[in-house]
Design a protein around this ligand. Sequence first.
Ligand code: MG
Length: 382
Amino acid sequence: MMDNSKTRAIVVAAGRGTRFGRPYNKILHRMGGETILSRCLRALRKSGQFGGGIWCVTAPDETEKVKEELQKDGALSLVSAFVPGGDTRTQSVRHGLAALPHDTDIVAIHDAARCFVPETVVSACVLSARETGSGVPATPVTDTVKEAIDGRAFHTLDRSHLRCVQTPQTFRYDQIMRAYARFAGEATDDAAVYEREYGQVTLVELPECAENKKITHPSDDRDPGQAFRIGMGYDAHRLVEGRALILCGVNIPYEKGLLGHSDADVAVHALMDALLGAAGLGDIGKLFPDSDPAYKGISSIELLKRVCALLHAHGYRPGNCDVTIVAQRPKLMPYREEMARNLAAAMGADISQVSVKATTTEGMGFEGEGLGISASAVALIR
Ligand code: MG
């Protein structure tokens, strides 16, 4: 194993991320319960390359906030030191390089917004820097690129010679320090500074570079693990005389009905809990307490509409849901379609997104003995 105790990373996190369209720095945006910066630090740590530690360059007025957020994520200890950034990315990198211990042999300069960086890409860049002085991840250009002036194109570039470059841009520390010392201007990346001094950089072209996406625009806010969320719900109510039997909003002729504070629509209750569970928004007991007279006798379909409005307000849309009602009697088959239609209408969903099933327990248990009806549901949300 290579000695990596002098190999260090600089994470540049001092930008404002204005294109991301949020009032705060995008690196503090939470995706799947963790900030972009924490995710980025973990990705670098996971590569096992930076035995010398990770230095984080932050906007001076934001450092305390950044520390707080990393603390919440349990990621604060991944940072060896915080360095105040400058007015531009180039300035920030200068500050970061100057802050590193002088025995550093290899430095990887990485943008915090590339939080999905695969460990193979990090390792390949470090290895390339050890062997050639530099290692810069690159991908082929897939769109045709034209030279344009004032809305008109005059020239089509040969894209087989073009590459998009990413970070971590990785260098021998003494070489990149020398390149920056002899460079006075502003550059969009560190490879440009290195090229000016040494004429070239080594590109690291791995298929995995395709996963090394940068979070720039709001549409990039897609956590692969969180694109869909799933929830489940379960409920049971007692069957009694003198109550209407309402299931998925359908009034079903039967000698008994379900007992409850609302209309006791057990199937809709299970579905609402599945939806709320998927969104991590609690449950219906918390949302619509049965101690509140406002909900006495209320239609559960009405409550389902409110649950969907709440999900909507949190940025979620229903995917599909599947409800199973467990009842010995009455026969529910004839009502299945009307039930599904009611649920779809309340959710603002298409009928194809909703499934309602019914089963018996062959006489076993409270449902089988006709004491009550239970229902379970799973729901997927986007
Ligand atoms: Mg209930």
